[in-house]
Design a protein around this ligand. Structure first.
Ligand code: ZN
Length: 238
């Protein structure tokens, strides 16, 4: 009897998850989006859903994508993100990029984020390497990735052999900057743990970030710093 109940529970969960995934499974991106209000208090109309995966990138969590509906962006941000990933196919051919949370289908408040409300905020997982390969284990941490910690040299606290690939990260940000301009946007601000800025800016592409004056905030509160070591947060201006 107990076994039967367990099966009924399991099937119920599968059906529930299936039903909750219908908006993403049936979504098509058409027309222009409208972002209203601010990243802290705003809405997204006709949000575009990011692909779950592309040639060199994927979304970090099925739960966040299908159940929480957190992978929507403004249509211009969509074009910017996908064009930047395309550019990274040639500038960082060996690196896997991971997209983290964006905005809910209609915007508004999101769990664990103060902003991300109107389709113009995006979190990007730091690209990582282990020796010269992609850091497969930590790239598949899902929602738990937000809890991972890195020291100022970009080493994962759980395993120092896994390190942030600062050069690829800088190349990705340069590609975002280029693509944003092509799509009539600009990077409004980037939040990334300030203790790692020296490592980022010491790479060849990191130097270009400084030359272009890309607004990577130099001062952050302890709280914001602590939460932005495993990912960089980007806000775009429309
Ligand atoms: Zn964020």
């Amino acid at each position: 009897m107990k076994v039967k109940k367990r099966w009924i529970f399991l099937i119920g969960i599968i059906i529930l998850f299936g039903l909750l995934s219908i908006p993403e499974l049936t979504h098509t991106n058409t027309g222009q989006s409208e972002s209203t209000g601010s990243v802290r208090k705003g809405k997204l109309k006709n949000g575009w859903l990011m692909p779950f995966e592309g040639n060199n990138y994927r979304y970090f969590s099925r739960f966040s994508y299908y159940i929480l509906n957190n992978a929507y962006v403004n249509s211009s941000v969509y074009a910017t993100l996908t064009e930047a990933y395309k550019e990274c196919e040639s500038t960082c051919p060996d690196r896997e990029f991971i997209l983290m949370e964006c905005t809910r289908k209609h915007g508004g408040r999101m769990l664990i984020h103060w902003t991300h409300q109107n389709g113009t905020s995006v979190d990007f997982m730091v690209p990582k390497k282990r020796n010269d390969d992609n850091a497969i284990m930590s790239n598949h941490a899902g929602m738990a990735h937000y809890l991972l910690q890195f020291n100022k040299d970009g080493q994962l606290s759980l395993n120092h052999k896994t390190v942030i690939d600062f050069e690829s990260m800088a190349k990705h940000i340069l590609a975002l900057d280029d693509a944003a301009k092509r799509n009539g946007l600009r990077i409004h601000k980037i939040l990334f743990n300030t203790h790692m800025h020296d490592e980022l800016f010491s790479t060849p592409s990191g130097k270009k970030l400084q030359e272009r004056n890309i607004p990577i905030r130099p001062n952050l509160t302890d709280l914001i710093n602590r939460y932005h070591d495993d990912h960089y947060h980007v806000d775009f201006d429309l």
